[in-house]
Design a protein around this ligand. Structure first.
Ligand code: EPU
Length: 422
């Protein structure tokens, strides 16, 4: 198991490239199941989760050319395999559930292991299943698997009880091949959904309203191949910009889409950071320290839950008390005790954390519990005095491509150490 050893205290400066978004690549890769022709990705990211999705697709009969981190070509010519997404693959990555919608739409049947809870919350998929049932599918849960059958999906009206990102994506994909018109209401509005809709449109799907809470899909008989470039990862960009600010540095991310990060950029400005943006880039600097701010996580365009842990690390360096309210997942404060071991002053009351700063953090061995919590701990390590060891970096590798190299290129001292090395 790899770990990072970080010597804190150097301001990060410079320009860094942002890789294609994990949470856009995952549904777009799953969309390859909807056609017998090739889907070509102009670029991809070398991430644990992308490896997991490609393994799943290969299990389902896909031929994959290229490697994560570069261009990819995915073709599911006949495919379907045993039409089963097994427990051992799904438990590695919950987003595997994204194969459900496309498989039912194309093959009329799918058997997918129920993902179960994860470190950050229970994360049920009831809304995905309710939506598929509204399109005429028969849904059964048995022996830890969900089995969905439909001789032919028919268009329908889906009203999500709560907005769900992968639930919207699953239904969007399923509806493209359904017979007739589908309306998805209370749909999620994340930029990754627009990205998926763009790929589906390039494959011949008829979709309107992606990026709003009402999406309309007119089913078509077949979809064809397409070439697609996914959006830059807004969470990665946000993490790198905060890495700059937490060290009193000056970081520019490009490519990056300012409109995807408005909630974070507004907070950084409120805290006194200098934020400038242009077409395809974002720059943030904090030469004069930061003031406290309050955030509430919310669905897009609100403050992303996937940046909450990193923001909390940043808030330890801001003067005054910041409150951080987590409304999306019920257990996403696992980084708090680790930050406290580094000297952070944080108290938690239910889903609200109060962070009092500015605190001089000191390096310590800490344990990563999930992807974004790990990123929060890395940021804390970058500004802590002395040496911080972040263990279980495999969580981080699921969603950030070689983060240590990119932080080092900005001037940080971050080393990856493999088990057994000193
Ligand atoms: N929910 C339900 N029932 C459902 C679906 C969701 O109750 O059927 C609940 C969830 O438990 C959660 C809330 O609704 O409390 C929102 O969850 P959502 O379904 O939107 O999350 P997701 O689709 O499972 C995606 C991202 C997450 C990100 C969330 C929220 C992907 C592959 N994953 O998950 O990304 O945190 O949306 O924005 O797109 C990450 O990258 O680190 C990550 C966890």
């Amino acid at each position: 198991m790899d770990r990072f050893v970080i010597e804190g205290g150097t301001p990060l400066r410079g320009r860094t490239a942002v890789r294609p978004a994990k949470n856009a690549l995952l549904p777009c890769l799953a969309a390859a199941l909807l056609t017998r022709e090739t889907i070509e990705f102009v670029d991809s990211a070398a991430l644990g989760d992308i490896v997991s999705m490609l393994t799943m697709l290969e299990h389902l009969g896909a031929q994959v050319e290229g490697r994560p981190g570069g261009p990819l070509r995915v073709r599911v010519a006949n495919g379907g395999g045993d039409l089963e997404a097994p427990y051992d693959l799904v438990r590695k990555m919950r987003a595997s559930v994204l194969v459900l919608g496309p498989m039912v739409a194309r093959y009329g049947r799918a058997r997918v292991s129920l993902p179960g809870g994860c470190a950050i919350g229970a994360r049920p998929i009831d809304q995905h299943l309710k939506g598929l049932a509204a399109l005429g599918a028969e849904v059964r849960v048995e022996h830890g698997y969900v089995e969905v059958r439909a001789s032919a999906l028919t268009g329908g009206d889906v009203l999500f009880d709560r907005a769900t990102v992968t639930g919207t994506e699953n239904l969007l994909m399923a509806a493209t091949l359904a017979d007739g018109a589908t309306t998805l209401r209370n749909a999620a509005r994340e930029p990754e959904i627009i990205d998926l809709a763009e790929l589906l449109a390039a494959m011949g799907a008829r979709i309107e309203g992606a990026g709003t809470d009402t999406i309309q899909v007119e089913g078509v008989a077949v979809l064809h191949g397409a070439r697609h470039g996914c959006i830059p990862d807004r969470i990665e960009a946000g993490t790198l910009l905060m890495a700059g600010c937490i060290t009193g540095g000056d970081v520019t991310c490009a490519p990056a889409v300012p409109a995807h990060l408005e909630a974070l950029l507004a907070k950084l400005r409120e805290m006194g950071a200098e934020v400038t943006t242009g077409d395809g880039w974002i720059r943030a600097a904090s030469p004069d320290g930061l003031a406290s701010a309050d955030v509430v996580t919310a669905a897009f365009p609100g403050f992303p839950t996937d940046l909450q842990a990193q923001f909390m690390a940043l808030a330890t360096q801001a003067r005054g008390a910041s409150t951080v309210k987590e409304t999306i997942f019920e257990n996403r404060f696992m980084h708090v005790p680790e930050l406290m071991r580094m000297g952070a002053d944080v108290s938690v009351e239910g889903n609200v954390a109060i962070v009092r700063g500015a605190t001089g953090l000191t390096g310590a061995p800490v344990m990563a519990s999930d992807l974004r919590a790990s990123a929060g701990l890395v940021l804390a390590g970058l500004c802590a005095e002395g040496s911080t060891e972040v263990r279980r970096i495999y969580h981080l590798d699921r969603g950030y491509e070689r983060l240590e190299e990119r932080l080092s290129a900005l001037g940080a001292s971050v080393r990856r150490v493999t088990e057994g090395e000193k």
